[in-house]
Design a protein around this ligand. Structure first.
Ligand SMILES: [Fe+2]
Length: 268
């Protein structure tokens, strides 16, 4: 089983790169299941719309995760309840529509659990993520509840992500961080068999400040006249991770970072 996880899709440029390339990538790399974080996919670079959600599914995406920007497009609050393939963090503070965890059937007949969590440090206030994770792991078991489990941990700081990665070790197929929009180079299989990557990076224009227009971001830092943040519109790189998982125990055999196109392609 080969699963591709792509980091935060940012704006039109990120969406276009997914639409134009994902089907070919799936064929070339023999990918069975695709998860993307889509919380910055709207043209403003925050939130996701119903149209974009459907376009991503038509492009070959199986599940979309989100994070702190999940409600930034008002319509999401309505359509997420009827769309199981779009997740929001499980540990949101207040009752909210939609789900933070769901089990999907792959084309090969496997059950794939996808869990979306949000960190507590430097993020919007949400329930204690370690308490929520403990409850989740008490109630769900790999190869019992599902054949494979993918965890998207949407968080700002590396230590919180790494600690949670170890907490899931042996209980998830892949634990991957999102939100910083900067890919890390620490992909590895942990001691008990869970593939781990601190951050998947973004699918967006890297000639930017985390996907947003460079000059406008600089103006904000320099306290010059600046507009509301808006995405950079150059060619996007797709950035994420591919995990090869074992069917007998649902754990990882191999994990490779994945970078395609745009400014980042030169690092491979
Ligand atoms: Fe985020």
């Amino acid at each position: 089983m080969k699963i591709l996880f792509l980091g935060d899709i940012v704006g039109n440029s990120g969406c276009l790169a997914v639409k134009n390339n994902l089907q070919n990538i799936k064929k070339e790399k023999n990918i069975d299941f695709v998860i993307v974080n889509g919380e910055n996919a709207a043209k403003e670079g925050v939130g996701i719309t119903e149209n974009i959600t459907n376009e991503l599914f038509s492009s070959g995406v199986d599940v979309i995760t989100t994070g702190n920007h999940v409600w930034d497009q008002k319509e999401t609050y309505d359509f997420i309840a009827k769309e199981n393939r779009l997740l929001r963090p499980l540990n949101l503070l207040n009752d909210a529509p939609g789900k933070g965890f769901h089990i999907y059937n792959s084309t090969k007949g496997f059950k794939i659990g996808v869990l979306n969590l949000m960190g507590n440090i430097f993020m919007k206030k949400c329930k204690d993520v370690f308490e929520v994770a403990k409850k989740f792991l008490d109630e769900n078991k790999l190869k019992d509840s599902y054949d494979f489990l993918i965890v998207d941990f949407h968080g700002e700081i590396t230590s919180e992500k790494m600690a949670m990665g170890h907490y899931f070790d042996g209980n998830a197929t892949l634990f991957v961080g999102t939100h910083t929009h900067v890919p890390t180079n620490d992909g590895r299989v942990l001691e008990k068999g869970t593939a781990y990557l601190t951050d998947a990076g973004m699918c967006g224009d890297y000639n930017s400040v985390i996907g947003m227009n460079t000059q406008n971001s600089l103006n904000k830092f320099l306290k010059n006249n600046s507009l509301k943040h808006f995405p950079a519109e150059g060619k996007a790189s797709l950035s994420g991770v591919i995990v090869e998982a074992k069917q007998d125990n649902g754990l990882a055999n191999k994990v490779d970072s994945f970078i395609f196109g745009g400014d980042l392609k030169n690092i491979n």
